[in-house]
Design a protein around this ligand. Sequence first.
Ligand SMILES: [Zn+2]
Length: 531
Amino acid sequence: MSLGNLCFLTRWYDLEHLKDPAMDYYRSAPVNPTLSAATFVSASLLAVMFLAAWLWVKRTPTRAKLLTARCGFLLVLICVLESVRRYWNRESVQPDLGSNIALLVIELILVSGLVLTTFGNTGVLNMARRVVLLLTLLFPFFAIDLIWARVTSPTASEFAPRSPLPMLLKLRPELKKKHVLWLLFDEFDQRMAFDLRQPAGDLAALERLRAESLVATQAHQTAGFTTMAVPCLLSGRLFSRVDVIDANTLNVYAGDSSPGTNWHDQPNVFKRARELGVNAELVGWHHPYCRMLGDSLVRCLDVPTGAPTDAMLAETSAADGGIPREVPYLSRLQLTDLVNIFRFKGDSATAVSQDEYMQQRQQQQYVRIRDAVYTDITDPRIGLLFAHFPTPHLFGIYNRKRKDFTLDDTLSYADNLALVDRTVGEIRQILEQADLWDSTTLLITSDHGFRPSMWRGRLGWNDELEKLTAPGRSETVPFIVKLPGQTQGRVFREPFSNVVSADLVLAILNGQISTYQDASDWLAKNVNPDR
Ligand SMILES: [Zn+2]
């Protein structure tokens, strides 16, 4: 019985990890119980199988059967410990040498026990049996802990979005024609997309737009990852660190010594736009925007990633699939985990299937966000719309050769860049048809550049990316500003932090900037306050 549970040890670990209130930040509803239930059913099924096998051996014991059972028992234990060791190394940023050595020593003892058992010495075997039995006694405590966590976990109301602001219907005359679209494309890399123009193919819509816009070539990302980069951008402040606390709390820190405050309580571009009398809307990926900022907006749609860690991914996919699908899946997952122990290189089957699941999911998320943006950009009451798209962030969700959304395992960053181009082209078309293109201000930028360390070896990684990222990661992001009635493009070459975006948007909304000369002067002044 306990052996069955032990085989699912890494899955029980997942459940422990998922109890962390910080995980709630990435959920859009209370924990779905499918994964816990499926883990319990799978472990119990395996336990029953082990028990049946053992009873069969005991009923008609022969020397060969007993030896096989004993060696099998030790072998399973070794595999379980090894999969735990690998799980720790995978989950932790800095693998802990001590626990690695400890686990390897225990595995070695068990291997020696295996050899001794074949020679009839059951010393190590008996010790291992006692330890496993002892662990069984701990299991009920563990189960109670999990159930307790479930009982005390936040309810649906804590995942509800904050109530939006009422739509202002009477706009000040000077705001009537103000229409600012701030488009953030996640992981859009300036160096690859525009400096090298590789691996990009044809980015016709973007190039056309750049030729008639103010383009900055050295805008630096606000942080290396989305959870921190976006709060910096929207609040217009470079935070030194962020801390995910729970469903409704993302603490941000202004300096190393300052206490953290919830991002919700910080200033943000939407609150300040509202003070100017502007209706602001947000459509975005990854963050639970509507819980964090919903009360600064008149309309909000968020599509949380739902998979910041492998364990969370398992919970999300379990909720999608239900118990009948999840039990065979988990059993297969444990089996491939065991098989992976005997593979030393190449992608593990588990990682590939996880990436493919994520790819599909990300494509659906893109479509949801895109459709909402395409509908709402022509709403004349909205003065500021911020849209955060999950592309060109890998995985590849667009097929640039076919120019459609057919998924396969060769899709990569170049495909997603083509999707950014297509999206920008379609937005232009929609605005042109609504006769709004000329009066609309567009700001296109990103949260951070391309991160090779995150994607190396994952689905969509290829030789071209390996070559292009050989010099390391680049930290510049595109920065394209298209102002109403301006057709002659301009380039701004000084380096600056993208954190100025929020202030720039506000300067445009309150009428300080109307030409590229104004924008260029404003940037020069704001990125170099001493001059
Ligand atoms: Zn990002």
